[in-house]
Design a protein around this ligand. Structure first.
Ligand code: UT7
Length: 332
């Protein structure tokens, strides 16, 4: 029997209706459309406004979209991984709630947190379960409600992030399609540059932490930018080299959508023409764990069976990496 690989066999997605445009942000903080567009490539982002709804709301919608499109019985799903940095509530798993709500009653489930690399790590984890023949149907959802941890008086961060969710189904493949190779890394040196100071075990929530605004994302943008360019490009180069690929063999670069300049730097280093680079940052901003599956969701029709996809991400921690995957189907 030929080797089993883990292939993406369906995609779903969801973004909230509410659009927060650069123009609206101009009235909220000292910024302007020209600065945001030229420094980040972002024009607008989606915000989940529904009261009492968290990340699971979007994760469930993305999963339901996938289940309806693929016409699968959710009872056949064996594992649900929710990649997220903004779980609904501490302690109780967002994935457990999501799995139950979508009717995946025979699955076990867990959250996976690696900031903006969460989805990439989750893809790797899920693929191992498939390759080992342990499970045959795994749902990986990347979802984040970044608006729940952003200070909308801080122009350094509020212009960047947005809310959204994307989902993929992983199944065994015997045609040599699916995940081919991965290069994943982390480095705790990054902890100081992109984080939320309070609310964790080091500095639990108190009146003082709230008064001092320590429950919001804090980012030293310039430092993170430099690391992101270098590490993401490096990971992509390693993956290409290891698999004897050049830019010409790559059909699509699927890069984390944090900043258009980071995407351009990585794709230039791979000598990729612009038309091979998937981008939707102008519409959604940085949705953290959701950027990669939302790209697949938006561009699913462009992807053809056998296409070579190179995923790349970089995020807080630091965490980063690249995955080489052969696309497994043509969508109608
Ligand atoms: O996804 C997880 C990983 N995260 C990332 O990859 C994000 C990496 N970092 C970035 O994308 C960029 O660093 C930012 C978009 C966050 C910032 O862009 P930058 O080109 O690095 O700007 P900067 O922070 O160096 O600021 C340049 C200037 C400063 O003014 P002065 O000191 O030169 O007078 C800032 O105060 O731009 C100012 N500035 C702004 N101006 C208008 C900073 N934010 C804004 C703003 N509007 N929103």
């Amino acid at each position: 029997m030929s080797k089993i690989s883990a292939a993406i066999t369906a995609v779903g997605g969801y973004v909230p209706d509410f659009i927060l445009s650069n123009k609206v942000l101009e009235g909220m903080v000292d910024t302007n459309d020209e600065w945001i567009t030229s420094r980040t490539g972002i024009k607008e982002r989606r915000i989940l406004k529904n009261e009492n709804e968290g990340t699971s709301y979007m994760a469930i919608k993305a999963a339901e979209d996938l289940i309806a499109k693929k016409n699968i019985n959710p009872k056949e799903i064996e594992l649900v991984i929710v990649a997220t940095t903004t779980p609904d509530i501490p302690v109780a798993s967002t994935a457990a709630y999501t799995a139950t709500k979508i009717g995946a009653v025979n699955a076990f489930s867990y959250d996976l947190q690696a900031a903006c690399s969460s989805f990439l790590y989750a893809l790797s984890t899920a693929a191992s379960f498939i390759e080992s023949k342990r499970y045959k149907k795994i749902l990986v959802i990347g979802a984040d409600k970044m608006s729940s941890i952003i200070d909308y008086t801080d122009r350094a961060t509020c212009i960047i992030f947005g809310d959204g969710a994307g989902a993929v189904l992983l199944e065994p493949n015997q045609e040599g399609l699916g995940l081919q190779d991965e290069y994943l890394r982390s480095d705790g040196v990054g902890r100081e540059f992109l984080k939320i100071d309070a609310g964790g075990s080091i500095l639990p929530a108190s009146h003082k932490t709230i008064d001092e605004g320590k429950h919001f994302v804090h980012q030293e943008g310039k430092t993170v930018f430099k690391y992101a360019v270098s590490k993401m490009s490096d990971a992509c180069s390693k993956i290409l080299e290891r698999n004897n690929l050049t830019g010409e063999d790559v059909d699509w670069l699927v890069p984390h959508q944090a900043n258009l300049r980071i995407i351009d730097a990585a794709s230039n280093r791979m000598k990729l023409p612009e038309e091979k680079v998937l981008k939707n940052i102008h519409r959604y901003g940085n949705t953290t764990s959701a950027t990669l599956p939302l790209l697949l969701f938006d561009f699913e029709k462009n992807l053809k069976k056998g296409d070579n996809l190179i995923f790349a991400a970089f995020g807080g921690g630091f965490t980063w990496g690249s995955i080489y995957l052969k696309w497994a189907y043509n969508s109608n």
